[in-house]
Each structure stands twice: as structure tokens, then as C-alpha cells.
Design a protein around this ligand. Structure first.
Ligand SMILES: CC(C)(COP(=O)(O)OP(=O)(O)OC[C@H]1O[C@@H](n2cnc3c(N)ncnc32)[C@H](O)[C@@H]1OP(=O)(O)O)[C@@H](O)C(=O)NCCC(=O)NCCS
Length: 343
């Protein structure tokens, strides 16, 4: 008797982004307000980072709430109903409750309650990681439609007295529905990590030590301290400028696309100077529109690419059906780049 064989899952031949949506918190923090916390200047912040203002979430604008708002827009644009969603992936480093994953609450609130739902921690590469997973789930036959959300409340992890980070981070959510497609809509995801540099962007200390009380008997232990994000700005800057342009080029090569065929370049909104350096390294023609959402949004980590994508489509800078090169990179260090067709 022949050995029984498992019937494999079979999925769509190709996948693509079918809808994108964003949520930006109501409260705008201009550079002038940041100058109340740190010794700096509007000119320094603008020229070193490209940031003029950022949005910080209020108490009602929770990770779940911002995600639901952004996802609702993506679902509407995709033209599907929430119960068709077969996977909810939430990329975030600032959901402060360890368990359960915030993805299950978001799935429930959206009406996608039975879908597998989980969080991933891949910092500013989180959206690209989510896209890679969604593409695999759809083409592998384990889901038809997948919701990928990048969401952050980095204001909760910002030390307002730290000159090197206080002006950079912002809050917000971006979401995309990925689904089956007749034509290729997501190129090979070039993703990876470099754990040898795990210290260059990280939380100052772990939650288990955050609230350790001083030992009453021998005085050991530390005062309760809320953790914050710390960054070795120059190390990150160098890595991003040198290494990430190569990764972006690999994503173009793997997709068989040349820079002049792009309808948009949407890098992670980390720093305008990093973006400019990548444009140079990639020899991107100036006819290709470039996302510069950082100016009004700051660095929103996992949310930055879908937020910037939504803005470019809404403003008419980029058009549906155009090819976009996306690249995310950040704490880990981690990165993910791909060529995608815009929804
Ligand atoms: C953070 C960053 C903007 C700092 O810019 P930089 O040019 O590297 O600044 P440096 O830390 O070298 O400091 C340069 C000078 O500015 C000063 N400075 C630092 N922070 C300042 C601030 N907020 N305002 C004014 N001056 C500041 C420093 O004291 C230093 O002064 P000195 O030359 O007299 O010693 C930049 O390193 C950066 O963007 N890195 C990448 C960050 C990033 O992308 N992170 C996200 C990845 S996901």
C-alpha cells in the first residue's frame, strides 16, 4: 500500500495590495512644542531630520482604535467584507500589553473575528515583514485576504528630555488588505536582520526591571523607571545609508524592475537625509515621486510606509496601478524591501 499523502493547501498564483488606509492622531506637535522639552532649534530639527511636526495620540487614540480606523479605510478600498479576512497581522513595537496580541481585539472589532490574528515585532520593517507573510499565506493557500497593520504609539516610549530622540517619533496607524491577483503585485521580499547591532536602537530596559522596587533590607535595586527608546543616531544613520540602498536595489533586481520604471519610492520615514542618500545611491530619476511624509508625521516606525503610501495616493502624487519600491529598516536591526503594485 502506498503511503498516504497529505493534500497540500493551494492558493492564488499571485497576490497584491487591494486597499490601503491610514489614521493620523488629532494632536499636532510642531517643532516649537518640542523646543519646550529639549535644547534645540526648529532649524536644527528640520535640516537634520526633515521633520516640521508630528502627531501624538491622545488617551482615546489607542493602538486598537487607530488600527480599526485605518483598517476600515483599507477594507472599504479593497471592496471586501470584513468576514472575508483570513488573517490579521499587526506590526507594532508600542502595544504595551504583552498578551494577548492586540490583533485579536482588532479582528473582533472589525468583524473578522474568526481570522487567525497575531502581532509581530519588527520595528520599522514591520509593514514589509507583514506583507511578506501575507503574500506567503495567500499564495500558499492558507488565507484569501490578509489585513496587514502597522501601528505605533511611540509617544508612550519617548523620553521627552532625550535630545537625540524626542523630536523624531510620532504616532499613527496604516493598514493594507492583501489579496489574490491575476498578475504579480508583490515582488520578492528582500528581508533580513543584523542582531550584532541590536543595541543601536532599543528600549532602555526591560519591563521586569522597570518597576523593581529598591530592596528594603540592603538598599539594592533601582527606582521605578518607565522605559524609553534609545538610539545611537549616527550608527543607525550610517547603516541605513550604506546598507539599505543595496537592499533596495536587490528588491528591484529580484522583481525585474529598473528604477526608472517606478511610479513611487516609499522608504520608511526615518530621516529625510537618509531618504535623499538612498535616492542618490539608487540613481533614482527625479521623475519618480518620493514619499516625504516625515515632514508632517515624524517617524512612526511600522506605520510609516502605509501612511506615506496613502498620502501619495490621496494627493495624486502616485497612482493606482503604479509600481512602488518600499523599504523599511530599524530596531533589531531588521529590514524589508519589495516592489509592489499600488492599490
Ligand atoms: C538623530 C539624528 C538626526 C542626529 O543627527 P546627527 O547629525 O547624527 O547628530 P549628532 O548626534 O552627530 O550631533 C551633532 C551635533 O548636534 C547636537 N545635537 C544633538 N541633538 C540635537 C538636537 N536635538 N538639537 C540640537 N542639536 C543637537 C550634538 O550635540 C552635536 O553637537 P556638537 O557637534 O557640538 O557635538 C541622526 O543621527 C539620525 O537621524 N539618525 C538616524 C535616526 C533614524 O533614522 N532613526 C530611526 C531608524 S528607524
Amino acid at each position: 500500500m502506498s503511503k498516504p499523502q497529505i493534500r497540500p493547501a493551494t492558493g492564488a498564483q499571485f497576490s497584491r495590495i487591494l486597499g490601503v488606509g491610514g489614521y493620523r492622531p488629532v494632536r499636532v506637535i510642531p517643532n516649537a512644542e518640542v523646543l519646550e522639552w529639549i535644547d534645540s532649534s526648529d532649524e536644527w530639527i528640520r535640516t537634520r531630520s526633515g521633520i516640521a511636526e508630528r502627531r501624538w495620540a491622545g488617551p482615546e487614540e489607542t493602538v486598537a482604535e487607530m488600527s480599526v480606523q485605518a483598517a476600515g479605510k483599507a477594507i472599504a478600498q479593497a471592496g471586501i467584507s470584513p468576514d472575508q479576512i483570513g488573517g490579521v497581522i499587526v506590526a507594532t513595537v508600542s502595544h504595551l500589553k504583552q498578551t494577548p496580541a492586540i490583533a485579536t481585539e482588532i479582528a473582533e472589532r472589525l468583524g473578522a473575528g474568526k481570522a487567525p490574528a497575531f502581532d509581530i515585532s519588527a520595528a520599522c520593517a514591520g509593514f514589509g515583514y507583514g506583507l511578506g507573510l501575507a503574500d506567503g499565506m495567500i499564495r500558499g493557500g492558507n488565507a484569501e485576504y490578509v489585513l496587514v497593520i502597522g501601528v505605533e504609539r511611540l509617544s508612550d516610549l519617548t523620553d521627552q528630555s532625550d535630545r537625540s530622540t524626542a523630536f523624531i517619533f510620532g504616532d499613527g496607524a496604516g493598514a493594507a488588505i492583501v489579496g489574490p491577483s491575476d498578475t504579480p503585485g508583490i515582488g520578492k521580499v528582500i528581508w533580513g536582520s543584523d542582531g550584532s547591532q541590536s543595541n543601536v536602537i532599543s528600549q532602555t530596559h526591560a519591563w521586569d526591571t522597570a518597576f523593581a522596587k529598591p530592596d528594603a533590607v540592603n538598599g539594592a535595586g533601582e527606582e521605578a523607571r518607565w522605559p524609553a527608546l534609545r538610539m545611537e543616531g549616527q550608527a543607525v544613520f550610517r547603516w541605513a545609508v550604506w546598507e539599505m540602498a543595496k537592499v533596495a536595489q536587490q528588491a528591484l533586481d529580484a522583481a525585474g524592475i529598473t528604477a526608472d520604471q517606478l511610479g513611487a519610492f516609499i522608504p520608511h520615514q526615518a530621516n529625510m537625509r537618509i531618504t535623499d542618500a538612498m535616492i542618490k545611491a539608487l540613481k533614482l530619476p527625479d521623475t519618480v515621486p518620493v514619499a516625504r511624509d516625515i515632514s508632517e508625521t515624524g517617524n512612526t516606525s511600522a506605520a510609516s510606509i502605509p501612511l506615506a503610501m496613502e498620502r501619495m495616493l490621496e494627493s495624486g502624487e502616485a497612482r493606482s496601478g503604479d509600481l512602488a519600491l518600499i523599504i523599511g529598516f530599524g530596531a533589531g536591526l531588521v529590514y524589508a524591501a519589495a516592489v509592489v503594485t499600488l492599490p
